[in-house]
Design a protein around this ligand. Structure first.
Ligand code: ADP
Ligand code: MG
Length: 406
């Protein structure tokens, strides 16, 4: 089983998927732009071979080089779990006749307007929206949609360049700040709670399902630096409160003709109880969501994704044992982390429920909280009871403080 895996070293969690592929018996042909000597030794050991390309985003060039490199060898899968490389993977599959999702199907998971059109055509509720390519088109769309509205890039990520506009003045400001964006989506603003619906699918069938709640909604978390964003996986997946959202998610997978692999969807639930589609990718959620899901069931989805993608089977138990909460912390001040208060006390109070503590240590430079969801580090806590997991997550948000300076 020869598997081409794109960008096995970056982002760092791709190394785990590479391991997973090796563990299920695939022969991994890694393709990336990192120098072979810079690759961690364990990663090298999981690959049968590795090709360094000068520019991993240069699709035509990569296709050409990999074609030459693999000439004479059969390729059984071409896989990518990093969003910007998914169209490239689909193009390679089409070019070499490798089974898996086509370019057109993959586009349904990449282009936010196309995905909404396809989901809507299946009779599912999506925000009213328009594709726009100029300020004039934005104004025309705003006229039809009304305020509040959301203005966001057609292929954005991490809420970057995403604006809630409550008035024409806000829209004017948003358009000024986003001149570098070629194509956007102008959407009806959906007020409500925000959840994920995540799966590992085998030929469109969700073998593993997950729901997590964002506290607060990602756009708010990205707008206010003082917030410690919290995301909690829900142990009790089949409670009535989530039923419509999970149904929506399953409908979306069908509407978009999902194949095998991870999906990560976001959906909204309004105060009236209506569920509305947000967006979906045919890749895992970022910001350690896969680790959180692993801690929810005590399983290894890095490996199970590989089994699903390569062998079309899924073997891990899906019994949910915990609500797993991640809390991202942001230091007060600029520059290097100087100290952390409240952590020791927190560990004393909740020690047995803490499964990860990766706050940046004093002396380390702060991360740019606008650029990375990871902020200045995180903790993961888990508990069989939702209320307890929720309480511990918010205690970490309020009782642990990181300081930076100098
Ligand atoms: N139509 C909408 N109504 C309300 N909030 C929205 C809407 N679209 C986006 N948002 C907010 O912006 C965030 C980022 O938008 P999203 O479509 O998820 O793009 P990204 O790929 O950047 O995550 C969402 O998580 C949500 O909080
Ligand atoms: Mg999103």
């Amino acid at each position: 089983m020869n598997v081409v895996f794109l960008s096995p070293a970056y982002p760092p969690e791709m190394q785990q998927y590479t391991r997973g592929l090796a563990e299920v018996g695939a022969k991994v042909f890694g393709v990336g732009d990192s120098h072979p000597q810079s690759l961690p030794r364990e990663l090298r050991a999981h690959m049968h071979d590795y090709l360094q390309v000068p520019r991993i985003m240069d699709e035509n060039d990569v296709i050409e080089r990999v074609g030459v490199w693999l000439r004479g060898r059969s390729v059984d899968r071409v896989l990518a779990n990093w969003e910007p490389l998914q169209i490239l993977a689909a193009r390679m599959r089409e070019k070499w006749g490798v089974p898996g999702m086509s370019v057109d199907t993959t586009l349904g998971f990449r282009d936010k307007q196309l995905m909404k059109e396809r989901v809507k055509a299946a009779g599912l509720r999506v925000p009213h929206s328009f594709r726009v390519r100029s300020p004039d088109e934005s104004w025309a769309a705003a006229e039809k949609i009304g305020y509040p509205l959301i203005w966001k890039p057609i292929d954005g990520a991490g809420s970057a360049d995403t604006y809630r506009c409550d008035s024409p003045k806000d829209l004017e400001r948003a358009l000024k700040k986003s001149r570098h964006i070629r194509e956007a989506s102008v959407e009806e603003f959906i007020d409500g709670e925000e959840f994920t619906y995540d799966t590992v699918c085998v030929q469109g069938r969700p073998m593993f399902e997950n729901v997590a709640q964002y506290l607060p909604r990602p756009l708010i978390a990205r707008t206010e630096e003082w917030i410690s964003p919290v995301i909690i996986t829900v142990r009790d997946l089949y409670q009535p409160y989530l039923r419509d959202g999970i149904e929506l998610g399953r409908g979306v997978l069908k509407a978009l003709n999902m194949g095998s692999g991870f999906t990560h969807m976001e959906w909204y639930k309004t105060a009236k109880g209506e569920v509305v589609f947000g967006e979906i990718g045919c890749r895992p959620g970022g910001a350690h969501l896969v680790d959180q899901m692993n801690h929810t069931c005590d399983i290894d989805l890095f490996r199970e994704w590989a089994r699903a993608s390569v062998w079309h089977s899924f073997e891990a138990p899906t019994v949910r044992k915990y609500n797993a909460a991640i809390v991202f912390k942001r230091a007060l001040g600029e520059g290097r982390i100087t100290r952390i208060t409240g952590l020791e006390d927190y560990k004393r109070r909740f020690g047995r429920w803490i499964v990860e503590e990766h706050l940046l240590r004093p002396g380390t430079h702060r991360r740019d909280w606008k650029q990375t969801l990871l902020s200045d580090g995180h903790l993961i806590v888990r508990h069989p009871e939702w209320a307890e997991a929720h309480k511990m997550a918010f205690a970490a948000a309020t009782d642990i403080t990181m300081f930076a300076g100098g």
